[in-house]
Structure formats: structure tokens, C-alpha cells
Design a protein. Structure first.
Length: 40
């Protein structure tokens, strides 16, 4: 998606790093919620 906006792909500055961390945290929380709700 960022490629379509003209953003460089492999650039790691503060904004992209915070976005990456936010996605990782969100994915981790979502995974934990799914794991806990699907337990017998």
C-alpha cells in the first residue's frame, strides 16, 4: 500500500517504526484474544 502513495519501501524512520510497532502490538493482542477465547 505505501508503494502506491510514493513512499520508499525499505526506509526506517520514526514514523514507519512506530507504525510497525503498532501493527505488531495490535497483532499480538488480537492473537492473544483469539487464543484465549478459543480455549475449551
Amino acid at each position: 500500500m505505501p508503494v502506491a502513495l510514493g513512499m520508499p519501501v525499505a526506509q526506517l524512520d520514526g514514523t514507519s517504526l512506530m507504525s510497525l510497532m503498532g501493527h505488531l502490538v495490535f497483532g499480538g493482542v488480537l492473537g492473544l484474544v483469539v487464543a484465549f477465547t478459543r480455549r475449551p
